[in-house]
Design a protein around this ligand. Structure first.
Ligand code: GLN
Length: 288
């Protein structure tokens, strides 16, 4: 089949499920993924012949897209902070709002990363998008990271080596830690994007997220939605250097509650920021 005819078929199969602009971007992501052809190549070679073998692949992918499988899990890659990350069913797909959190950390620590090495800890790393982009932006840093999922750690380690950065990975549940002593250092920055979606918010979560992304990384009990925040903030009380900073991505509906929790633990200079959509999304605070 000629690629131009496949394109027509692709659009007509997906038109009831996706916006036109989305279908177009999916199509070109896939021509590159399957045939190494960019948009310009398709215009230049509309009669490029798609083999029967490749047509089978296209048809499988079309069924997956109809079932709202994220394109990132089909191609196995996502982009974050200008870097490429392998993603799979064990890792969340990195979100643009998390890029804003990284940007905030970079902007608030760049000046400090002078002569002494900045010590950074990321808790619940997933694909490794936060620590890897931080290490790229702040090369003069030692970056440590933990995740409860061994498979996520494997993916994150692979992502670190593909992006040519060195990160210290550890398979560990933060909920089982009493302190951060094992790292042998106090931290300038502790950051986490922990699970924060409550079951009561499930109906707001789209099918592409709910059916495919790891629930372990997304959901918390309605009765204790700030479980991870409390635990991590408690560990940070002793684990941060005196002028160190704790950064969180937060549940947009729990900004007030998260601030209260941090105030009650004695954190100062608590700052809440919104994401590009206008939702309360991230917090920075200090111990003194
Ligand atoms: N922002 C993610 C979502 O909306 C949730 C990330 C998280 O739970 N840490 O799906």
């Amino acid at each position: 089949m000629h690629i131009k005819n496949l394109k027509t078929q692709f659009y007509s199969e997906l038109k009831n499920i996706q916006e036109d602009s989305e279908i177009e971007s999916f199509f070109f992501i896939l021509t590159e993924y399957l045939h190494n052809l960019k948009r310009i190549d398709i215009s230049l070679q509309p009669e490029f012949e798609v083999s029967d073998e490749d047509l089978i692949k296209w048809n499988t992918i079309i069924s997956d897209l109809k079932a709202e499988k994220p394109i990132q899990y089909i191609t196995g890659e996502a982009w974050f902070y200008g870097l490429r990350f392998e993603v799979n069913e064990n890792t969340l797909i990195p979100r643009p709002e998390t890029e804003e959190l990284v940007e905030w950390i970079v902007e608030s620590t760049k000046l400090e990363a002078g002569s002494t090495k900045l010590k950074v800890l990321d808790i619940g790393t997933g694909s490794g998008c936060i620590p890897i982009s931080l290490k790229k932006e702040i090369p003069n840093s030692d970056v440590f990271t933990i995740d409860v999922s061994e498979k996520a750690i494997e993916t994150a380690a692979k992502n670190a080596s593909e992006n040519n950065v060195e990160i210290n990975f550890k398979h560990q549940s933060v909920l089982e830690m009493d302190n951060l002593d094992e790292f042998g250092t106090k931290f300038d920055v502790i950051v986490s994007n922990p699970p924060y979606v409550r079951n009561l918010e499930k109906q707001e979560i789209k099918k592409n997220v709910l059916d495919y992304e790891p629930h372990l990384a997304l959901f918390v009990e309605d009765t204790d939605a700030l479980l991870f925040y409390r635990k991590i903030a408690q560990l940070a009380l002793n684990g941060l250097k005196p002028n160190g900073k704790l950064f969180f991505e937060i549940n947009q509906y729990l900004g007030k509650e998260t601030i209260e929790l941090l105030e009650n633990l004695g954190f100062k200079n608590i700052e809440l920021r919104k994401d590009f959509v206008g939702n309360d999304r991230m917090i920075c605070c200090e111990i003194q």
